[in-house]
Design a binder for this molecule. Structure first.
Ligand code: PMP
Length: 430
């Protein structure tokens, strides 16, 4: 595979952009080698500047649940752009978006649009603190909620990949207010609330974790957290930036039947444009400025082009059978990967949640951050490059979930499994 043009761009980029990228995981640090530069994308495929084609299981890290450059989404964007790119006064699409989100996710009685998942989680925590008058927050080891100061404590994703769970620049006094818990540990959560319950403003969790690879909550775990938050008067925040509209039309909260007080969104609601949102109980959201005193704002929030892309994507997601198709494709891929690994004599296990999945190089089931970090990352590296050489792009880190779209065809999945068969053999050979 020739990647000369990507190499040239990466060389130039490294001079001027930290690490050559505008978001760390893109640099391939944890898998080695160099990233390829995208020229265009269509459906399930990414095409690089050298003309190589990849079956893409990253999907821009989640938004592309209906495939890249979907004609309906592009049309909506072109139509909106023709009318102007930003107004600085309210526009009708913001109202439609609020109506759409609150209808699809009933726990959200009101919503506020922002520009990224990070902004959504930062704002949600501010609301939790502002509304309760308390300072401490609780998060989970290996969960990632964007790069806000309060969240860069035992965070997943890029922070985990780089082995820097805590970032320089986060004041210790602030980090001290973030309490962390092991995911899926019932007793640890109970004990923490017994000790700090009265001081906890809110608890934030990925209801299905996607930033320490893909880890599902144990039966009753989210219910347990719901009960603790209710008992101690803490705000329960589900970070559905990744899971929202991907695992079900109403997100993970619909799948598990647990109602959070606040929810954060991103990715799919922007259809590939920079968008985030947070929403929840009316009495909490009414405290956000200008309705209430908790300040939060954004020059480009509710941007008409971004709203158009998000609304078009959500319309696709709402089509009957959308999630059933996504799930069937994910199951086909994961079953195939497991079978191919078994054939090659490589121990792997998978976790699946409708349109997202995790592949782990271990012979054990994976339920926690500790389980995920105990997997064979050297094997993952070899596997990643084995796939890449064969035109299949998995996330360049052992700690990221994989994403499918409805644009992935059965043939794409068969070709992926074929490539995986060869890559597993290379892993086995060492
Ligand atoms: N929360 C979760 C669960 C995420 O996966 C991410 C990003 N991967 C974020 C928050 C942050 O979103 P953004 O990168 O848009 O700031």
């Amino acid at each position: 595979m020739i990647t000369d043009l990507s190499h040239g761009l990466f060389t130039r980029a490294q001079e001027l952009i930290p690490g050559g990228v505008n978001s760390p995981v893109r640099a391939f640090k944890s898998v080695g080698g160099e990233p390829f530069f995208a020229h265009r994308a269509k459906g399930s495929y990414l095409f690089d500047v050298d003309g190589n084609r990849y079956i893409d299981y990253v999907g821009s890290w989640g938004p592309m649940v209906a495939g890249h450059a979907h004609p309906k989404v592009l049309e909506a964007v072109f139509n909106a752009a023709r009318e102007g790119l930003s107004f600085g006064v309210p526009n009708p699409l913001e109202v439609t978006m609020a109506e759409t989100l609150t209808r699809m996710v009933p726990s959200c009685e009101m919503v506020r649009m922002v520009n990224s998942g990070t902004e959504a989680t930062l704002s949600a925590i501010r609301v939790a603190r502002g509304a309760t008058g308390r300072s401490r927050i609780v998060k989970f080891e290996g969960c990632y909620h964007g790069h806000g100061d309060s969240f860069l404590v035992k965070a997943g994703s890029g922070a985990l990949t780089l082995g820097q769970p805590d970032s320089p620049g986060v004041p210790k006094a602030l980090a001290d207010l973030t309490l962390t818990l092991p995911y899926n540990d019932f007793d640890a959560a109970t004990a923490l609330f017994e000790q700090y319950g009265e001081e906890i403003a809110g608890l934030i969790i990925e209801p299905i974790a996607g930033n320490m690879n893909c880890i599902l909550p144990r039966d009753g775990y989210l219910q347990h957290l719901r009960a603790l938050c209710t008992q101690y008067g803490a705000v329960l925040i589900f970070d559905e930036v990744m899971t929202g509209f991907r695992v079900a039309p109403g997100g993970a909260q619909q799948v598990y039947g647990v109602t959070p007080d606040l929810t954060t969104f991103g990715k799919i609601i922007g259809g590939g444009m920079p968008v985030g949102a947070y929403g929840g109980r009316r009495d909490l959201m009414q405290q956000v400025a200008p309705a209430g005193p908790i300040y939060q704002a954004g020059t480009l929030s509710g941007n008409p082009v971004a709203m158009a892309a998000g609304l078009a994507t959500l319309e696709l997601v709402r089509q009957p059978g959308f999630h059933a198709e996504l799930k069937a494709k994910t199951e086909m891929l994961c079953d195939g990967l497991e079978a191919a690994a078994k054939e090659a004599g490589v121990p792997v296990t998978t976790n699946r949640a409708c349109g997202m999945f995790g592949l782990f190089f271990t012979d054990r089931k994976v339920h926690s951050f500790a389980d995920a970090t105990a997997c064979d990352t050297a094997a993952f590296k070899r596997f990643f490059h084995g796939l890449l050489q064969r035109g299949v792009y998995f996330a360049p880190s052992a700690f990221e979930a994989g994403f499918l779209s409805t644009a992935h065809s059965e043939l794409d999945i068969e070709l992926t499994i074929e490539a995986a068969r060869a890559a597993f053999r290379e892993v086995r050979a060492g």
